[in-house]
Design a protein around this ligand. Structure first.
Ligand code: SF4
Ligand code: SF4
Length: 319
């Protein structure tokens, strides 16, 4: 199963301190995206083995091309998922998107408490409540109308604020009680804005004790294996924070993920050594095999960092 993750726009209406697309930075970061760059030729999709589409960003609900992009991939019968901050995903918008062809919704939400969220973002209480209300409504639609929402997920960025069992158990319990299919955790990484806006959110050795507790709790609770990250994720994170090297050869992007970013098809945002090429290129299997061999040959030159956790599948193990 290979997902095509499309960065469909680079603007956002939220303000997470750790993120470059934070609306407070938006003007200096504005980048024009052209519609043809977002539509990958069907031959290339086949050669890349793409069997699902993920709309990401920035905040994808703000994209002026969302209808055209969804229509294009929906006609090719590819399931479409959107990863959103949830601000605009009220009932009507979800129903509209679902009619267009988006059936899978993932909310990015780091905590259920406004007091704690204040440490992650400058969003006001009214906006935070709206996101929680939209999530609640989405979960009701997921429960009552699986043909409208076939998958509901949460993406949670872990920082020093929420990397503790109290926060994590809250999110997991909420998900189990609200028809949320999956919760994916990933560590915060510093794209320059974390250290500039909120360096205290970074994960450090001070978090190791909490990580150990999280690992032991997950081990004893034995949740459904599809619900959240593989238990080894928490050990990998401890190893990373302790400064132990993780093996880049375990990177799963070759067979799981293709990223479409700024008109280029890539393995990930950070991989410097190998890319697929321009979005307009018509790829065939032979060319893809050559690129995959090149990627594998060069993979050892990667250094596994917190950002390497972001695009890996939910059951990924680095160790
Ligand atoms: S993390 Fe997501 S919601 Fe937050 S500012 Fe960045 S793009 Fe927007
Ligand atoms: S930078 Fe990290 S995520 Fe990207 S290809 Fe290398 S190991 Fe994989």
């Amino acid at each position: 199963m290979t997902e095509l993750i499309i960065d469909i726009c680079y603007e956002c209406n939220s303000s997470c301190f750790y993120c470059q697309w934070n609306k407070d930075n938006y003007e200096s970061k504005f980048k024009e995206i052209h519609l043809p760059d977002l539509l990958i030729p069907p031959e290339s999709l086949r050669a890349l083995n793409i069997d699902s589409i993920v709309l990401s960003g920035g905040e994808p609900t703000l994209s002026k091309y969302i209808r055209e992009v969804v229509k294009y991939y929906n006609q090719l019968e590819l399931p479409i998922r959107i990863i959103s901050n949830g601000i605009l995903l009220n009932r009507n918008k979800i129903k509209l998107f679902s009619k267009l062809g988006i059936k899978e919704f993932v909310f990015s939400l780091d905590t259920l408490s406004f007091e704690n969220n204040k440490r992650h973002s400058s969003n006001q209480s009214k906006l935070f409540k709206k996101i929680l209300e939209n999530l609640k409504n989405a979960s009701i639609i997921r429960r009552d109308s699986p043909s409208t929402i076939s998958f509901l997920g949460l993406n949670v960025v872990l920082t020093s604020m929420n990397c503790n069992w109290y926060e994590i158990e809250n999110i997991i319990s909420y998900s189990q009680n609200n028809t949320i299919d999956q919760v994916k955790f990933q560590p915060v990484f510093d794209d320059g804005y974390l250290s500039y806006n909120a360096p205290m959110l970074n994960l450090t050795k001070k978090n190791l004790k909490d990580l150990d507790k999280i690992y032991l709790n997950f081990r004893s609770k034995k949740y459904n294996s599809n619900l959240t990250n593989n238990i080894e994720f928490w050990r990998d994170l401890e190893n990373l924070i302790e400064g132990k090297a993780l093996v880049p050869n375990k990177c799963a992007l070759r067979s799981n993920t293709v990223l479409l970013h700024e008109g280029l098809l890539k393995f990930c945002f950070w991989c410097q050594h190998t890319i697929y090429g321009k979005s307009s290129t018509v790829f065939d299997h032979k060319l893809i095999n050559t690129i995959h061999e090149e990627f594998t040959k060069n993979l050892e030159s990667c250094v596994v960092k917190p950002y390497c956790f972001c695009l890996q599948p939910i059951n990924h193990k680095w160790s």
